[in-house]
Design a protein around this ligand. Structure first.
Ligand code: GLN
Length: 489
């Protein structure tokens, strides 16, 4: 009987002849079918996945695995290009658009031996926090089917939560990996801006977008990051810095902690923002559990100190001004001519054709953001909104540099509350935006951030702790996360 704990354990089982890649694929396709009501997958590539699994099993018959992700069953958020497969961003706008090339991450996954099992539901064009903006319906949280999955990468989070694949890739512009990871009780990491190539990722807000990883363990996230990160000639914003051996470092840190007692593990100096932990919107039970966990961290030898961060109230408005501006530009390509749905209306001129095509193709939230973005970029308002928001972004970066000159990491809640009921916030976009208070900050300044599933709320729902480190310090982010997961257990 197939069971998945970690990629490493799966590989050991493969090499001991206890399982096969085909068995793994069949296990997951069955699980997906049994959990179809969750609506996590928009499409499953069963035949193709079984064929690839057979090839991988044959190639590894002599015992050597073909790559670090040999047989690893992965789901892709429907914004990541996969050659020859439909790509819709969960929008009617893209219809049956078929990708003619692979995203760099898709290439790297396949080269490392991964099996892509399907395409996952998300908020339309990755805009949203609940997956309710998908043209293909919401994704249900597997912990409580009346609750949202979070978003925008809701399908990807629930697929890992419900055991429908080993790993999912999502995208995170302002929390779309970490927030659904928090709501679903899984690990979700958004690396530094520029750590992973965005080539082949459908753009929402290009100076914020970053591909991220969902997994059940920090060790698996480290391994996958190591495979998909790194320089890429197709994305000029991706960093040339060499990728560090994250998985090895996390694994050796774990074995030190396990064998020689926790006292030999590295001690960290962390800050938390008073304004974040004492924010009026924060659920008191979340606050209490995090404060008590801080005490456990201190008892384990870490330094954790409160600091002032008086810019917190500006992060959500700054994020929504800048991302909608970038979105209004990025989404202009969907005009029914270059890309996207074209209206059937006849006898209309070109401008009417654009209007009708875009009105018919885009959903309500995407339209709201295009309008907002166009407004903040318009001549009379540009300085008051766009320029101002850029200035705030600069201030945030300066303040962040100052914090990291004194501290190794920052911790915060990932989200102010646990997953809410489907439909509960649909009529109030502002309330939905405000709940992004903790997750948008790392995207504004480009630092890496992770949500690790440490807690259960008295209401029965899971929630996470968000950790952040300086740009390109994924190594400490992952090592610290692995240590804290152990501290909790
Ligand atoms: N919830 C945020 C938004 O709606 C984040 C989206 C994302 O990270 N793609 O913009």
């Amino acid at each position: 009987m197939f069971g998945f704990t970690t990629i490493k354990a799966f590989h050991t089982a493969l090499q001991n002849g206890q399982t096969t890649c085909v068995e793994a694929v069949l296990f997951y396709t069955k699980a997906i079918a049994e959990h179809a009501h969750l609506n996590a997958f928009l499409e499953v590539y069963e035949t193709e996945a079984v064929e690839r699994a057979m090839q991988l099993d044959a190639a590894a018959a002599s015992g050597a695995l073909t790559g670090p992700l040999h047989g690893v069953v992965v789901g892709l958020k429907d914004v990541i290009a996969h050659k020859g497969h439909t790509l819709t961003a969960s929008s009617k706008m893209l219809g049956n658009f078929e990708s003619v090339y692979n995203a760099t991450v898709t290439e790297k996954l396949l080269a490392a031996g991964a099996i892509i099992i399907g395409r996952q539901n998300c908020d339309e064009f990755a805009m949203g926090s609940s997956n309710e903006n998908s043209a293909f319906g919401p994704v249900l949280n597997a912990a409580d089917n009346n609750k949202v999955s979070g978003g925008s990468s809701g399908g990807s989070a629930v697929a890992v939560q419900a055991g429908l694949c080993m790993i999912s890739l999502g995208s995170d512009t302002g929390g779309s990996v970490r927030q659904p990871a928090d709501f679903c009780g899984v690990v979700g990491i958004k690396p530094s801006y520029g750590r992973i190539s965005r080539y082949g990722l459908i753009a929402y807000a290009s100076s914020f977008d970053q591909i991220g990883i969902f997994s059940t363990t920090v060790e698996d996230a480290a391994l996958v990051l190591e495979v998909i990160a790194g320089a890429d000639e197709y994305d000029s914003t991706v960093s040339q810095r060499p990728v560090e051996p994250y998985s090895q470092a996390v694994a050796s840190g774990m074995s030190i902690a396990a064998s020689e007692s926790d006292s030999s593990a590295k001690k960290y100096k962390l800050a938390y923002f008073k304004e974040a932990l004492y924010h009026p919107s924060l659920d008191p039970a979340i606050q209490a559990q995090i404060l008590s966990f801080i005490q456990s961290m201190q008892a384990a030898g870490h330094t954790v100190e409160p600091i002032d961060f008086n810019l917190l109230e500006y992060v959500v408005p700054t994020y929504y001004v800048l991302t909608t501006a970038e979105a209004s530009s990025n989404l202009s390509r969907y005009d029914g001519v270059r890309f996207g749905h074209r209206t059937n209306k006849e006898g209309i001129d070109l401008t009417e054709m654009y209007k009708a095509s875009r009105s018919e193709g885009f959903g309500e939230e995407v339209k709201r953001r295009i309008l907002l973005g166009t407004f903040v970029l318009s001549e009379g308002f540009f300085d008051a909104y766009f320029t101002k928001a850029q200035q705030v972004r600069q201030l945030l970066k300066q303040r962040t540099d100052a914090i990291f000159s004194e501290y190794d990491a920052i911790l915060s809640p990932t989200v102010p509350a646990t997953a809410f009921a489907i439909g509960a916030k649909s009529d109030d976009p502002i309330e939905m935006f405000l709940a992004d208070i903790y997750t948008v900050y790392p995207n504004l300044v480009g630092i890496p951030a992770i949500s690790i599933p440490l807690f259960t709320h008295p209401n029965g729902m899971p929630f996470g702790l968000q950790l952040m480190t300086r740009s390109f310090d994924e190594m400490n982010l992952l090592q610290l996360s692995a240590q804290l997961m152990k501290l909790k257990s």
